[in-house]
Design a protein around this ligand. Structure first.
Ligand code: PLP
Length: 297
């Protein structure tokens, strides 16, 4: 893990100068190629607790392209724990790149029906190889108070006190809760939901916080059709953003966030003199499921 690689880039686009805004990106994507940014932060407290409780394996849930699954597999290998992935849906003929790599990191994969997945079902086969008391369970996406606590250290790695707006992608909302928990009263956190109709996520974020907060806001109009859905407009934007800033993004999370913030700047959402920081939460491995040549980076 290369935390020294963490840095904040300044985005010098003429649009920002024109709007008198200062825009920056916190590059969590640079700390590890696979245990992408926010996943590493969210996993830390869970892994520490699992070790303290002498657990032998981490069990968690995810889909075929899940950044959380691959990050958990790689992190467990790194610290010497076994890992078990409960994967949503029937086993496909050919595993996704994400899953084959998780397998390569030693994760044992179990496929369950979408129906069973919804109720966090752990298949019986798991217990033919593992004792229940040796397993430490982490929710899908690392959702939970410990994940929030891990994410609350993201803004503490560098001085971030002068930013007026902190913007990030929202899946389960765990990272956003951590960001909210660590901001000052004068800072506003903006979350871009990457899921369609994920309208309860604001409530889920409140549940992770020890005190009710009103300094965050979730935008629901930038999901591009839903989780991992994309169109030509998003791809063209991601390529253009890379040309202008040299910052690569992924089509599931960060591409949608950069698009959203750019769009909000255009529409005059931010008052002049706003000092904005966007969290690049990683996830670049997910781009490997796109047809070759789709992205220029
Ligand atoms: C998982 C993930 C998110 C979403 O984090 P949540 O805590 O689930 O909201 C955002 N960005 C990237 C790159 C991710 O992999």
């Amino acid at each position: 893990m290369q935390l020294d690689n963490l840095r904040i880039d300044t985005i010098n686009l003429s649009l920002n100068r024109y709007k008198k805004l200062s825009v920056h990106v916190l590059r969590l994507d640079l700390i590890h190629p696979v245990i992408s940014g926010n996943k590493w932060f969210k996993l830390q407290p869970y892994l520490t607790e699992a070790k303290q409780q002498n657990k032998k394996a981490i069990l968690t849930f995810g889909g075929a392209f899940s950044n959380h699954i691959i990050a958990t597999a790689a992190a467990c290998k790194l610290i010497g724990l076994k890992s078990i992935g409960i994967i949503r849906g029937e086993k496909p003929q050919k595993l996704s790149i994400t899953l084959s790599e998780a397998l390569h990191y030693g994760m044992q994969l179990f496929f369950i029906s979408r129906q069973a997945y919804k109720s966090n079902h752990i298949p019986e086969e798991v217990f033919t190889t593992f004792n229940p008391q040796d397993i430490y369970v982490i929710n899908e996406g690392g959702y939970g108070v410990k994940g929030m606590e891990g994410a609350s250290t993201i803004l503490k790695k560098m001085d971030t006190s002068t930013y007026t707006h902190i913007c990030a992608a929202v899946g389960t909302g765990t990272m956003l809760a951590g960001l909210v928990a660590s901001t000052r009263t004068w800072q506003q956190v903006i979350g871009i939901s990457v899921l369609k109709n994920n309208l309860q996520v604001g409530e889920k974020i409140q549940q992770l916080l020890s005190a009710k907060s009103n300094n965050f806001f979730i935008m629901h109009q930038y999901h591009f059709g839903g989780y991992a859905k994309y169109n030509q407009q998003l791809i063209a934007f991601m390529n253009e953003w890379f040309e202008q800033t040299e910052i690569p993004s992924d089509f599931v999370y960060t591409g949608k966030v950069f698009f959203a913030i750019n769009n909000l700047i255009h529409s005059g959402y931010f008052s002049s003199d706003s000092n904005i920081i966007i969290i690049h939460s990683g996830g670049l491995q997910g781009n490997r499921s796109l047809p070759k040549g789709t992205l220029i980076f």
